[in-house]
Design a binder for this molecule. Structure first.
Ligand code: KG4
Ligand code: ZN
Length: 330
């Protein structure tokens, strides 16, 4: 069964072809990051226009690379949300046009389900599992008792962890997206700056706005006093506090639900400090973190999720499928 999938929820235009749910025949990602860098973040209107410019070429390249034609495709999967509405609509309309013209069924896929199912590329998911979802828009712990059963255990009360990374990066004058830059500097630094204790939130809840403000104040106060800031150490201290709470609460959930597997999903899963800490601390359960290319936004993850969604629910969408900037996974 060949799935052609499309992802365009933010600043990556991506199309992928996947065989039988896990064999990636192609995964073409056209990133707009260099265009948005000049503005210090994603500009939604520019993002939509770039998706329009890129979408047909990305479709063609993905099919060429996979050596398939439209008649080889059995299902079309596309990100339905959450994301930037203008960006989503380009991918959705491209996918609907392709599905309609070729008489292929289509399914709309939740973006976070895609990030979660990126973990099914290399090995089958085993249930019950705990998923730590850490992206630019989401931070949550999810319990799955079977395919496509998502139970939210807790989430952030304010900023998502990727968002906090990006804001800290901007405050210390690094570029966009800030997460990978803070991560790189943190690896050279030491945990010397005191940070607020993030583990105090009740249950499986998170909060990152306090630490973000703490870093902003620290940077401004240091400047006012004409002191020098050790940016490597600041990044290392921030990263230590953030990864610590993510790992501690994940362990708590793994133990409470007797999980057979622990998976990490979303752009922040690429964080080297987080990956290292998970490897060191989470040993008694099978653990999966997607390969770097499948951590940040890509269509392959949407294809894998779309495959399992179709296999589990046996339902497809109609041509009324629409994008939604906010949509619940649960
Ligand atoms: O999942 P994603 O590609 O897009 C969303 O669905 O949000 O995640 C993007 C986020 C950005 O905030 C980016 O700074 C962060 O993931 N990110 C990282 C790293 N790589 C990407 N954060 C920390 N360390 C990284 N290595
Ligand atoms: Zn994402």
């Amino acid at each position: 069964m060949n799935v052609l999938s499309v992802e365009s929820s933010c600043d990556e235009t991506s199309v992928s072809v996947i065989k039988d749910g896990t064999t990636i025949l192609s995964n073409v990602v056209f990133s707009q990051i260099d265009i948005h860098k000049a503005y210090g973040g994603v500009v939604p209107e520019i993002a939509s226009r770039e998706h329009i410019k890129g979408i047909t070429v990305v479709f063609e390249n993905a099919m060429k690379e996979a050596s398939v034609t439209a008649s080889d495709i059995d299902l079309v999967a596309v990100t339905k949300g959450p994301g930037l509405i203008g960006s989503l609509l380009v991918g959705i309309n491209g996918a609907k046009a392709f599905a309609f013209a070729n008489g292929i069924p289509i399914v709309g896929v939740h973006h976070i389900a895609g990030h979660i199912y990126a973990n099914a590329i290399e090995q089958p998911l085993e249930f019950p599992l705990i998923a730590l979802v850490v992206s630019g828009g989401h931070t949550e712990l999810v319990l799955m008792k079977g395919h496509y059963q998502f139970e939210k255990l807790g989430e952030t009360m304010d900023d998502a962890v990727g968002e906090a990374y990006d804001k800290v990066a901007r405050t210390v004058g690094l570029g966009y997206p800030g997460g990978p830059l803070v991560d790189a500097l943190a690896l050279n630094g030491e945990n010397t700056y005191p940070m607020p204790d993030l583990t105090k939130q009740p249950g499986y809840q998170f909060s990152f706005s306090g630490i973000k403000s703490h870093v902003i104040n620290l940077v401004h106060n240091t400047k006012q006093r004409n002191e020098t800031l050790n940016i490597d150490n600041l990044c290392a201290s921030f990263q230590e506090a953030v990864t610590e709470v993510l790992v501690q609460k994940s362990i708590k959930a793994i133990e409470a639900f007797d999980a057979k597997m622990f998976i990490v999903a979303g752009g922040v899963a690429a964080n080297k400090g987080l990956r290292k800490k998970i490897k060191k601390r989470i040993k008694n359960v099978k653990t999966s973190i997607p390969a770097f290319d499948y951590c940040t936004d890509n269509a392959a993850m949407i294809g894998v999720a779309g495959y399992y969604q179709y296999m589990t629910n046996h339902s497809v969408d109609t041509m009324t499928l629409n994008g939604k900037s906010r949509v619940s996974l649960h």
